[in-house]
Structure formats: C-alpha cells, structure tokens
Design a binder for this molecule. Structure first.
Ligand code: SF4
Length: 251
C-alpha cells in the first residue's frame, strides 16, 4: 500500500463521525427494534440502489404508507399476484426508477413471509454479521445491499460482531476510483473496490463507507468535482493529475 493510500484511509476514518442515517433504526442506539421499524428499514434499503438515496427512502416510506403500514407490509405485498404487483408500479409512485427493481420486492416479500414470518428482524436477530449477510443474500437482497444493511445494523447496535464491507455504489466507486487510480473508474468492478477497502482498513472496511459516500455527494461530483474544498486533495491521484490544467470536468 502506498503512502498516499495510507493517508487517504487515515483521512477518511477521521471523517467517520457523520455515520449514515438509516431512519429510525439508526437512532435506537442498540435498543430493541420494533417489527414496524425493522420492516420499514429493510424495504427502504431494498430500494436504495441506482437512485438517489433520499428519493429511495422517501419512496419507500410512501410505499409503506400506501400498503397500510410497515407492520404487515410483506404480507400486504404477498397478497398480490406477481402480475397485480407489477401493474401497480405507477399507482405506487414508481418506488424505484427501474420497474424490475420494484418487481423484485415481490419475490423478496414472498421469501420473508415464508421463511421469516413477515418480520425483517427474524432475518438478522441473534445472528453474526456474516450469518445475517448470508440470510439477506438468500432472500434476494443482493450482495451490495446486503452488505449495506449489515453495516447499518452493526452501526445501530442491532447485531454485534466484526467487519463488513463497503457498499460499492456509484459515489463510493467514483471517489475511490479518482483518489486511488486518478481516473474515472465508475465502471470498475465492485469486487475490486471492496478488495482495496479491505486493504485500507482490514479491521473493519465498513468504516470507510460513509466518508466515501458522503464525499461523493458533497464534493466529488460526477462533473466538476470540488477539489479545492476536499480534504483528500493532497493525496488524491485525480486532483494531482488535473490540478495543473484548467479543465476539471471529466471527459
Ligand atoms: S480531490 Fe477532487 S477528485 Fe479527489 S476525491 Fe476530492 S473531490 Fe474527488
């Protein structure tokens, strides 16, 4: 690992204080989570990919409300045939910008009703982070979202145990790609990002997730990254490469 990489890891970890906000569950500080809070948390997380996080959580909350509340949401979804569920996409306000991402909720709801009694807590309660990850993947949450959920559950004290990976979403890939590789690498394999974050902070790579994500939202924009205000700039390969030119907009 280069000195710049070490410095980048140190700076990111120093900015760890913000933490992600995953709704009510993030404010429980380890207190027992209700079924409704857990279900709402999970459905919002399932919508939180390839669309703006704030939009995802607003749409998740609206979907929960439209279906009569979080307590029985998986059964409410399960009461639809797949065709009925698909046909209500627009009526529910297009909960995800991709129809298929909305449709997949139906399959996940079926699994949660069949295996976890319609209660998201049963997916992770009493399990290690790794076991929780395995169960989340098995219901169809997907690798990245499952990792994010486990990280949030650890952070909120709902599960205990070591280490989780970052969710290598578009913000994390962009910041990391620029800072380490010096180029636009948003299409870089998520597995590569995960491997590098494991090298940077092997004790708990998840700790890098929020600072990377937050930097992607606040400074390291897709176009015209605000490098002057960025705490990584001294060690950032992209900034170094482009700082002697007037052009900061990626091609
Ligand atoms: S210095 Fe610029 S390019 Fe590098 S991480 Fe910060 S905002 Fe992104």
């Amino acid at each position: 690992m280069t000195n710049d990489m070490q410095q980048i890891a140190t700076l990111l970890l120093q900015k760890r204080d913000g933490k992600g906000d995953f709704g009510e569950i993030s404010h429980l500080n380890g207190r027992e989570c209700s079924k409704a809070v857990a279900n709402q948390f999970l459905i919002c997380c399932l919508l939180d990919f390839q669309q703006d996080a704030d939009v995802a959580w607003e749409k998740g909350a609206a979907l929960v409300k439209a279906l009569g509340g979080a307590e029985g949401i998986w059964y409410a979804i399960n009461a639809h045939s797949k065709g009925e569920w698909e046909s209500r996409y627009e009526e529910f306000g297009k909960p995800h910008r991709f129809h298929w991402a909305y449709t997949r909720i139906w399959g996940i709801a079926n699994a949660i009703c069949a295996r976890y009694d319609g209660d998201a807590r049963n997916i992770w309660h009493g399990r290690s982070p790794y076991d929780a990850l395995v169960h989340l993947r098995a219901v169809g949450a997907g690798d990245q979202i499952s990792g994010m959920i486990v990280g949030a559950l650890r952070e909120s004290g709902q599960i205990q145990g070591a280490t989780g990976d970052v969710k290598a979403d578009v913000h994390v890939r962009r910041v990391f790609g620029r800072a380490i590789f010096g180029d636009e690498v948003e299409d870089v394999d998520a597995a590569k990002i995960i491997e590098l974050t494991r090298q940077l902070h092997s004790a708990d790579p998840w700790q890098l997730d929020w600072p990377l994500w937050n930097l992607g939202r606040s400074n390291c924009h897709q176009t015209n990254p605000d490098c002057k205000q960025c705490y990584l700039r001294i060690h950032c390969a992209y900034h170094r490469k482009h700082s002697d030119t007037s052009v900061m907009t990626p091609s």
